[in-house]
Design a protein around this ligand. Sequence first.
Ligand code: AVJ
Length: 302
Amino acid sequence: MTTDTGIALVERDEKGVDKAFRKDVLAGLGQAPKAIPARWFYDEEGSRLFERITQVGEYYPTRAETEILGSRGGDFAELIGPGRGVDFLRESAAALGAKFPGLPVHPVEADFMRRVSLPDAVAALPKLGFFPGSTIGNMVPRTAVDLLRSMRATLGADEGASPLLLIGMDLVKDSGVLESAYDDAEGVTAAFNMNLLTRINRELGGTIPADAFAHEARWNDDLARIEMHLVATRDVAFEVSGERFTMQRGETIHTENSHKFTPRTASLLLLAGGWTPLERWTDAKDQFSVLLARATDQREAP
Ligand code: AVJ
């Protein structure tokens, strides 16, 4: 992968190992409790499994968000107005170009956790950021605030017309519904979680016995989030990149957080990140929300 500036996004060592992956896995397995960032789920197989998750019956977020986006086009158009540049992922660029021949598409591949420099073609346009899927929920609040702030910078807040942000945020609901959404009967989410071990074994020369681990989705009520863990079902020892690790039965590797919001916590998170909520929409069953926000101007006085 390269960025728009041609700088390699993935740094590899002489053996072709992704250095950041190895660093995160070794650090994560070396700490207590063990935890590995969720971004490493998405190798080719993980991305394919995530696509399947969006289609299983219990995983409601994608359907609920798609319902909102499909039914509220008129509201968005009215509030957003014409003439804002939109940025898209490269994978969807060709498809979008074919579907909307009149829409110029400028794909940029970059790490969105940092300020991204946008193509010159959209430099002068007022911007609308679009961040669907409740991906913001994968971050702990501190990191989510950092991301919201870097989005302000990417979209040119404090440099002319204030940018807008259309963002999907999943809602707190019955914990049984949430746990099923992250532990579907068909086992697709379990396969998605377990694939991380396969990836570690393949890419980092790991010897983790997959049969010693089970997928678990837990609702953490204090922090309002679903946690995904890989639970050791027996005492286990293994190596990764030549380093040895042991786990006791019942010990877990924490692999993902998916925070859920109420209208107030969603609003507070956006405000903390420098965005003022303007409007909020939900699907018919009130499962998921999409919010429109405007970059808040800096001010010292109340
Ligand atoms: C794409 C990150 C929003 O947290 O719901 C789905 C990922 N993990 N099932 C989510 C995911 C397990 C998903 N996000």
